[in-house]
Design a protein around this ligand. Structure first.
Ligand SMILES: Cc1cc2nc3c(=O)[nH]c(=O)nc-3n(C[C@H](O)[C@H](O)[C@H](O)COP(=O)(O)O)c2cc1C
Length: 196
């Protein structure tokens, strides 16, 4: 079984992100694929409050260790992101910043959306962050909201299904190829004094 984490990057009430993520999740679920939909609005992560740099893999707080365990269970991840002021939403950056080794060698697909540039600036801004964390970006899916937002809500275009299906195939291929690297990812550590 392959587990794909799908992270909803926006948290505001009435967000489109939850619908985009549900649409991706529906296409990702297969008999051999489990989807773990992560809603940052309810995950309960505060602003980063770990004293050690995340690269150390040493986490003082249980909310961080719980987040680390969850990310470790992913074989691949889809980051569903809005474009906010030319970049991606702050809660998504915060959730990424919380962890270090858990992201390494994790294949990632960005599904970005926005009004003026179809989320391309959000996807572009995310790229160096993902690479810096050692993730393996598999190429973005971009969705322009102007063509897809109707009075009845979000209506995807016929070619969107093909675009996301091909992105998910690529992601799963990478997940399988990288399996030997993934199992060596570090266990989340508590600092010594917190364990005692
Ligand atoms: C704070 C904020 C900034 C935004 N900035 C941009 C932007 O730079 N480019 C763009 O195309 N759309 C921008 N938008 C429009 C959003 O892409 C659009 O509202 C989208 O629905 C937001 O995602 P969400 O509904 O998941 O929060 C912005 C929206 C918000 C709330």
């Amino acid at each position: 079984m392959t587990t794909i984490g799908i992270i909803i990057g926006s948290t505001r009430p009435g967000r489109v992100g939850a619908d985009v993520a549900a649409w991706v999740a529906e296409r990702a679920r297969r008999t051999d694929v489990e989807v773990d939909l992560v809603d940052l609005a309810t995950l309960g992560l505060p602003f980063l409050d770990e004293p050690e740099p995340a690269a150390s893999g040493i986490y003082r707080h249980e909310h961080t260790r719980a987040w680390a365990r969850r990310v470790r269970s992913f074989d691949a991840v889809v980051l569903v992101t809005a474009e906010y002021n030319g970049a991606f939403p702050a809660p998504l950056k915060n959730a990424l910043d919380f962890l270090g080794p858990e992201w390494a060698n994790l294949p990632a697909t960005v599904v970005a959306y926005g009004n003026s540039s179809s989320g391309s600036r959000a996807a572009t801004a995310l790229l160096p962050v993902l690479v810096g964390l050692g993730m393996l970006p598999a190429g973005p899916v971009l969705l322009g909201l102007r063509d897809r937002l109707t009075e009845h809500g979000l209506a995807f275009l016929p070619h969107d299904d093909a675009a996301v299906a091909s992105a998910l195939d690529r992601l799963l291929g990478l997940a399988h190829a990288l399996e030997p690297l993934r199992i060596t990812r570090a266990e989340p550590q508590a600092p010594v004094e917190a364990v005692a």
